[in-house]
Design a protein around this ligand. Structure first.
Ligand SMILES: *Cc1c(COP(=O)(O)O)cnc(C)c1O
Length: 356
């Protein structure tokens, strides 16, 4: 079976883990600091604050920006639930804006109509590694005095005209095993703002700057030395992983027939966390057809966030027709760096043979 994703760790990661174990420094220390410096440099951000997951990175960003009860956060319904839940964690209200039919990202031209006096932040998600229209979003945020928190959990290294995502607003990344690079579990917040980085560090570790002196209410959202050591090795492989993902995506786009292929907007560098096609009729049958031919697929996401039971219970009655339609039509195909040429050909043949 060709898997939909696979973590790619090798001898270097194993060696790095063993070295940390021998060092006896397991909790946040020099490895975490080195990983933060390397990740910030990779993004072109001034600071990076490592966390225990992408979810806690989002939670940390919310708290560091002082978002809380009574505030509204504008976001997309077409994402993993953690993006919107980050607002709920701090007592704020997620407000959903429908998505663009080509990019599957939040439709920037619908954002302004959703802004109210309570709006505090816009939380765009670079879904599948495809950058959002940050120029338009940053312009809206500046005109309305709003914070921008980018959910870049699927978009390590994605960029717009050479500027990496996670450096337009405050960036949040995940290193979960299916992501473009992994630390098993892990996350990071990126920012160019000294004070925001300082507050994020306080949130992450019990509000302490100095051990056992607590200034603010904080949490334990720390990354371990083992995770950071893995992350440092993985970060060194990211460019090569992305090159492979992009080559695989280009190959599929050139050859797939009868489906809507993945879209990359002009000036954008898509990093293909997922390669997602749209199948208006017979999506589930195509998934079945591919499964029979040894090709795993994924449906990201079968249900938009506002339709989840949690959000229905919270009283959300939004009608967001594009997101709802896209959820019925999307199918993600394997695009990860471990694919061989014969895997790619099997995927193409599988998709193109579905009615024969
Ligand atoms: C993976 C992911 C998260 C959460 O990251 P975790 O590390 O699993 O907590 C948040 N948002 C998006 C869009 C994601 O893909």
């Amino acid at each position: 079976m060709i898997p939909i994703s696979v973590p790619l760790l090798g001898d270097k990661e194993k060696q790095a883990v063993l070295e940390v174990i021998d060092s006896k420094q397991l909790a946040q220390g020099a490895q975490v600091e080195a990983f933060e410096k390397a990740f910030a440099a990779f993004c072109g951000a001034k600071h990076a604050v490592a966390t225990s997951s992408g979810t806690t990175a989002l939670h940390t960003a919310m708290l560091a920006h002082g978002i809380g009860s009574g505030d509204e956060v504008i976001t997309t319904p077409f994402t993993f639930i953690a993006s919107a839940n980050a607002a709920l964690f701090v007592g704020a209200k997620p407000v959903f804006v429908d998505i663009d039919e080509c990019t599957y990202n939040i439709d920037p031209y619908l954002i302004e109509a959703a802004i109210t006096p309570r709006t505090k932040a816009i939380l765009p998600v670079h879904i599948f590694g495809n950058p959002c229209d940050m120029e338009t979003i940053m312009d809206i945020a500046a005109r309305h005095g709003l914070v921008v928190i980018e959910d870049a959990c699927q978009a390590h290294g994605a960029s717009i005209k050479g500027q990496k995502v996670g450096t337009f607003g405050t960036g949040c990344f995940s290193f979960y095993p299916t992501k473009n690079i992994t630390t098993a579990e892990g996350g990071i917040v990126t920012t160019n703002d000294d004070e925001l980085a300082d507050r994020a560090r306080l949130v992450r570790s019990h509000g302490q700057r100095k051990r056992y002196y607590h200034e603010t209410l904080g949490y334990n959202f720390r990354m371990t030395e083992i995770q950071a050591a893995i992350g440092l090795v993985q970060l060194g492989k990211l460019e090569q992983f992305t090159t492979a993902r992009r080559a695989h995506a280009a190959y599929l786009t050139q050859r797939l027939e009868g489906v809507t292929t993945s879209y990359e907007a002009p000036g954008c560098h898509h990093v293909y966390h997922q390669y997602t096609i749209r199948v208006p009729e017979g999506r589930d049958q195509l998934a079945e057809h591919l499964c029979e031919r040894g090709i795993a697929t994924g449906i990201y996401y079968p249900l938009p966030v506002h339709k989840q039971v949690l959000y229905q219970r919270l009283g959300y009655t939004d009608r967001l027709p594009v997101a709802e339609k896209i959820c019925r039509e999307v199918l993600s195909l394997p695009v990860h760096p471990a694919l061989a040429q014969e895997d790619l050909d099997r995927i193409v043949q599988g998709v193109n043979s579905r009615w024969s």
